[in-house]
Design a protein around this ligand. Sequence first.
Ligand code: NAP
Length: 501
Amino acid sequence: MLELKSFLAGRWVAGGGTGQTLLNPATEEPLARASSEGLDLRAALEYARAKGGPALRAMTFAERGALLKAMADAMQAERDRLLELGIANGGNTRSDAKFDIDGAIATLLHYVEISSQLGNRKFLVDSEGIQLGRSARFHGQHVCVPRHGVAVHINAFNFPAWGFAEKAAVALLAGMPVLSKPATSSAMLAHRVMEIIVEKKILPEGALSLLVGSPGSLVSLLGPQDVLAFTGSGDTAARIRASKNIIEYSVRVNVEADSLNAAVLGPDVEPRSDMYELFLKDVVRDMTQKAGQKCTAIRRVLVPKDNLSSVREDLIELLTAVKVGNPVDEEVRMGPLATASQLDDALQGLARLDGRLVFGENKRIPGKGFFLFPVLVDSPGDAVHEHEVFGPVASLLPYAGDAAALVARGNGGLVSSIYSDDQGFIEETALAIAPHHGRIFLGHPKIELSPGPGTVLPQLVHGGPGRAGGGEELGGARGLSFYLQRVALEGSRPVIQKLLG
Ligand code: NAP
């Protein structure tokens, strides 16, 4: 069986022990084995700090951008093979796999564009300088310089290519070396991307490392100049945040966690109108794309009480047409869940929702593979505002009056969406839910090729308060700030100006 090695301290290394077997979730066929047992993570981090950091910091933003361009080109050249891996190891349909891989390439290219705007500088000058004294000589200027540690990236299983690339693009452009740890169950894709980057010698030594297998002591080895960007469950995030060294050294941590994203159908929207059809389309896409294993997927579907039965019937009709099965069959629209434990979690979560299942069942599809039909839940209990079922599951919530208060019960989310033509309703709802979210999607049928709320665009912030982890990623050039230390220079204006070049 294929053994996935880690790339640490400039070489490929295999862990010991039995490790974890990676499966094809549609067939349960074993595909590869991964272990990180016995790997010297301390030395790997030290190597990245000592070799990768200085090499990247010696480059300008434009030069670092050229590295990202080479990474994107290398992925593009091997796109077909990467799609195959996404289908086999991730249970993705071809379209799901494209969403992950093309999203990764597009995000890298977006940061290439930003690099050309930042040009020949090596660090950022933040805003205008400030006169501090009576004369112009006493001067202040904020600058943002790359931190001298390692950017450790821990990713969730659902976007092995995009998760790897969206974090790496921003950190490398900022000038920090990266150690990336994909979720073990779906690591084949990130592993292949790393192989391509190493084979083509795209990056300076130490600029990028990959840890395949369980994280071991990784988090406990981080120090004051390091940063940790984590994507995964709120429970794991809480454990990471409680690590002694994270607290003691104030290690900068960004968390992207769970989210109970809502979609609100406005009271003005008539069944069969374009807005109504767009709403249905976005709900069904989010329930079925990647078998609902998307952090941004719509989980709570808020519908005016009077339109509940119409929306329910129409969603059932659309879901009936979704063919579930092995994604190698091109007619299949929804693949399996990623692992047996994800399927168990989804089934347990469904039971917790305690609602009426109006489509789908709370049991796996018999036979090989971790399959579940999409499940539409009507009028669930309070758990719908507390527990994320990470699968093809959404709940219908009838409302009369204050939709925003219902949305806010999710306690902080990545994205919620509003579908309405009533400007008053849009403004009132958007402003009321804004403090609880990282992004608000305003659905409109006239937006060409609307990606729906579930697509994360690199131009906009990704993250959210509260349950969503309190983090912020991407958002164009702003995303760099996580990897930079803002420092105020205070002194004589000519001296500061010379220093800034
Ligand atoms: P998870 O179990 O928390 O795992 C996430 C990552 O953390 C994996 O790489 C995992 O490694 C690693 N990990 C596990 N225990 C750790 C520890 N003690 N210290 C350091 N790292 C540790 O989450 P998941 O099941 O992969 O992902 C599903 C969850 O992620 C869902 O709740 C979903 O909402 C959330 N998610 C959020 C976003 C977002 O952007 N907000 C995106 C995607 C997913 P192993 O795989 O080796 O165990």
